[in-house]
Write a protein that binds this ligand. Structure first.
Ligand code: MF3
Ligand code: CO
Length: 285
């Protein structure tokens, strides 16, 4: 390994014998790998809470899937999300998050992510849109997004929306006691093989007790790098895949909307996952 110093995230509990898990994680830590801290390994009770939050989150996206159509404003999607979430006893996580003004992110065509719903933005035949929904239920967070095609679109945009494959391939690459970099590597290979680029500036993330936790889950990179994946970790994978350049900029006026530099379309799919003893389980899709 390199000579750089790695944080010793995994601490032994004084006066207690090492468990099999301790031994395994310490083995990787001693080899110089970044390992999770103990608080990133969710308890059964926490997993149950995140699962319940995820059910509401998935329900929101299923509702949007049923209702979304040409002629609708993105503000109407925001209202659907807010009303459903609140009526299920939950809170939309984006609302007032670091000043975000709405309950959901709606990102149309060349908008990569963090699009703000608006009365003025009307969905048109041929648009592709990412709807990114995040829910807090009893303090537990979940996060997922899907693409929707409005009516019929071009074959190029239709193919781009199929980059859901990148998420599926990333999911398969994630193994217990593998590394976060295995995920990004698999996604980047698949995207670039299809002539697309992977956004670098935004990544997946740990989630559950907070909206954004460690680790950072980048959608590009090298196998065997990044944080060790340990059963009990909960995180998102959410590749943003561009038709042209991977470079993006943030709209100066609203300070949120992320747009492709060349203004070519972008697509994104996101699930919340639980790492189990055998691989990833989808919590919210
Ligand atoms: N839902 C986004 C994610 O996948 C985060 C949106 S932050 C917001 O991580 F403030 F824009 F909602
Ligand atoms: Co996310």
């Amino acid at each position: 390994m390199h000579s750089r110093r790695i944080k010793n995230n995994w601490h032994i509990i004084k006066g207690q014998p090492l468990t099999e898990l301790d031994k395994k994680v310490l083995y990787y830590q001693n080899k110089g790998h970044l390992v999770p801290s103990r608080k990133l390994i969710k308890t059964a009770e926490q997993i149950e809470g995140i699962r319940r939050s995820s059910v509401v989150n998935t329900g929101v996206l299923d509702l949007v899937a049923r209702e979304i159509k040409a002629g609708m404003s993105t503000a109407e999607i925001d209202k659907l999300v807010y009303d459903y979430t609140v009526s299920h006893g939950a809170i939309p996580a984006p609302l007032n998050y670091e000043g975000f003004p709405k309950s959901v992110c709606t990102s149309v065509n060349e908008v990569v992510c963090h699009g703000i719903p608006s009365e003025e933005e009307i969905l048109e035949e041929g648009d592709i849109i990412n709807v990114d929904v995040s829910t807090i239920l009893d303090g537990y967070y979940s996060d997922a997004s899907r693409m929707f095609i409005i009516g019929k679109t071009t074959s190029e945009k239709e193919k781009l929306v199929r980059v859901k494959e990148c998420l599926e391939i990333g999911m398969q690459a994630a193994k217990p006691f593998g590394f976060v970099g295995d995920i990004g590597n698999a996604i980047q290979r698949h995207a670039e093989k299809n002539g697309y680029s992977v956004v670098r500036d935004l990544c997946g993330h740990g989630v559950g007790l907070e909206f954004h936790e460690e680790p950072e889950v980048c959608h590009f990179g090298r196998k065997g790098t990044g944080m060790l994946l340990v059963p009990g970790m909960v995180f998102t994978i959410e590749p943003m895949i561009n038709m042209g350049t991977w470079q993006v900029f943030i709209d100066e006026e609203d300070g949120w909307t992320v747009v492709t530099e060349d203004e070519l379309p972008s697509a994104q799919w996101e699930h919340t996952f639980l790492m189990t003893e055998t691989g990833l389980e989808i919590l919210s899709y």
